[in-house]
Every structure is written in structure tokens, then in C-alpha cells.
Design a protein around this ligand. Structure first.
Ligand code: ZN
Length: 331
């Protein structure tokens, strides 16, 4: 349930649910279950004792659970012998059960489309990428656009590769998908429930690596970095306003919506002065990260050129191809 419709519609749905639920007497053995992925939007009236008063939180599946889910959805589909459920489970950190089911269906469709008799690792990798980034979009790209994309993605990869806490590069591609002109994947190699300050800083740095490479090579930047800047800014914002990781100290200046509170009632509390201070801290973080991305790229310019060149030739580099150019990641 997510009451995201108009106000009237939302109120009516809510009232109707409450009326229905109040119709049971305590000795009627009826249990009502409901699921939502936005518990923060639920009305307080819904979660009062006697209504939906028990909560079971389902988090994303961990490694063992993902492998079990994968096995479940693999039943009845043919796979080549080299497909490993363990490897697949490792590759899919952050996938929900539904994502995994979709991924396996998608892989089956890809295999069938190419007339294969069994689903292989290539189909699964493509399906996993598609699940998170959308389908490949072959489109006409000018030579300059391709070169820009190649340096942009190589920039993310080189910066990430040289930062201790960023996960290893899994795949780099300049084939556009969904809204993006290319992608560099650093899928998490482990299930983390906590992020450290140094890891967050490095994530912001890697996110800005694409734009820093464009600036370094072309002395100009494109609009292709918009979503990177979004990512970098929102991580930096969370560091300042939620995690107490700035010189403002351990304060929470963006009250997270409390359970049962409507959205829109939040965030009114920040004073204009605090607003400015927060913005200044965010800028401090992103500026410093941009600078360190720039420095890493200057230092590794030869490798940056090599990776960009390889991307222009092959369009997609898997982790081993990338490492054959830049060497193994130091950990
Ligand atoms: Zn980018």
C-alpha cells in the first residue's frame, strides 16, 4: 500500500480500510495481512493497536537467501553447466526476490531470442545489468559522443580502481541503456549494513570521476554527468544531515519522517541559517572529492587513455579485460 494518489482518494481508501477492519469482533479468527514498501507514508490511524499493530520487516535477501531464491526460479529452465548459483548470488547484492525472478526470466528470453537451447552466463550477466539499468539502446552516436562516453566511463573506473574502499570494477560499457550513455558497475562484493565515512567519501569521488575525466581530456563537460552529480550530492547531503560526518557535528538536521507521519510535515524545522551551513558543508565535500578524482586521473592519465581506447574498440570491458590494462586492484 502506498497512498500516493490524490488527497481525497487517499482519505477514502484509508477510511474504507478502517471501517472494514473495525467490523471484526475479537473472537473472530481473522488475520489481516498487508504489505507496503513505504511504511513511512502510513497513516497513524492504520497502525494503532487492534489494527495493523504487528510489523514484520522484510529486508533484502542476503547471499545465502539469494542463492536459494535463484535456485527456486531456475527450476524448469535449462542452463549451461558452467552457470554457478553461488557466483550469481554474489553478483546480485542489493537485488530483491522480485529482481532475481525477473533477471532469470529475462535471461531465458535472451537465450530463446538467440535460438540457444540453454541459458548461459552471458545471458544472465546481460539480464542482471538490464534489471538494474534498463535494456540496451543501440543508437547512432557521433564519434565525438562515443569518445566522450569512453573517457567519462574510463574516468569512473580509473578513479574507483585507485580508491581502497570502492568495490572492484565489474564491467564498463559505453553502450547506452535507459537514460544513461554508458555505465561502470561496481557491484558490492559483500552485504553491508553500515557504510563508513571513508567509503562514502570514496563513493562520491568515484561518482565524480566521469565528469573530472571529461574536463581533463576535453577541457569541457557534458550533460552526461547529471545523474552522477545527483548521486554525489545526495551521498554528501546524507553525510552532513543524517550521519553527523561534517564539521556541523553529530546533529540530524533533516528529521526523517517518523512512522505514521505524513510526508510534507517534515523538514520545516531547519532554520535558513542552518540551510546555508548545510549547503556549504555539502559543497565542501563534493569539491574535495572532485579534486581528488582529478588528481588521480592526472596521475594515471596513461591508463585512462588506454582504457578509453579499449572501450572505443570493444564498447564493453569485463573486469578481467579492465584489469589486464590497469593491473589488479590493491586491497
Ligand atoms: Zn557517469
Amino acid at each position: 500500500m502506498g497512498f500516493s494518489g490524490g488527497h481525497d482518494e487517499r482519505e477514502q481508501t484509508l477510511n474504507q480500510i478502517l471501517v472494514e477492519m473495525d467490523g471484526f469482533t475479537p473472537n473472530e479468527r481473522v488475520i489481516i495481512l498487508a504489505a507496503t514498501n513505504r511504511p513511512d507514508l502510513l497513516d497513524a490511524a492504520l497502525i494503532r493497536p487492534g489494527r495493523f499493530d504487528r510489523r514484520v520487516v522484510l529486508s533484502l535477501p542476503d547471499l545465502v537467501e539469494r542463492e536459494a531464491i535463484i535456485k527456486l526460479h531456475m527450476k524448469g529452465k535449462p542452463f549451461t553447466k558452467d552457470v554457478s548459483t553461488e557466483k550469481l548470488a554474489r553478483r546480485t547484492v542489493g537485488f530483491s526476490g522480485a529482481d532475481l525472478a525477473n533477471m532469470l526470466n529475462e535471461a531465458a528470453i535472451l537465450a530463446a531470442r538467440e535460438g540457444k537451447t540453454a541459458i548461459d552466463n552471458k545471458d544472465l550477466e546481460e539480464a542482471a545489468t538490464k534489471e538494474k539499468l534498463g535494456p540496451q539502446r543501440k543508437r547512432m552516436q557521433s564519434e565525438r559522443d562515443r569518445k566522450l562516453a569512453a573517457y567519462h566511463e574510463a574516468g569512473h573506473a580509473i578513479v574507483g580502481h585507485n580508491l581502497k574502499n570502492v568495490d572492484p570494477v565489474h564491467r564498463i560499457s559505453i553502450v547506452s541503456r535507459g537514460m544513461s550513455g554508458g555505465h561502470t558497475l561496481f557491484p558490492p562484493t559483500e552485504d553491508r549494513s553500515n557504510e563508513s565515512k571513508s567509503r562514502l567519501i570514496e563513493q562520491v569521488t568515484a561518482a565524480l570521476g566521469g565528469q573530472a575525466a571529461e574536463q581533463l581530456v576535453f577541457k569541457d563537460i557534458s550533460t552526461g554527468a547529471a545523474s552522477d552529480i545527483d548521486v554525489a550530492t545526495s551521498i554528501a547531503r546524507a553525510m552532513v544531515t543524517q550521519y553527523g560526518m561534517s564539521s556541523l557535528g553529530p546533529i540530524s538536521v533533516s528529521p526523517r519522517p517518523m512512522f505514521g507521519m505524513w510526508r510534507g510535515e517534515e523538514s520545516a524545522e531547519m532554520s535558513p541559517k542552518m540551510h546555508d551551513a548545510v549547503d556549504a558543508e555539502i559543497k565542501k565535500i563534493t569539491d574535495a572529492c572532485y579534486k581528488s578524482a582529478e588528481e588521480l586521473l592526472k596521475k594515471h592519465k596513461v591508463k585512462l587513455d588506454k582504457v578509453a581506447k579499449a572501450l572505443l574498440e570493444k564498447e564493453t570491458l569485463e573486469s578481467d579485460e579492465f584489469e589486464s590494462i590497469v593491473g589488479k586492484k590493491k586491497s
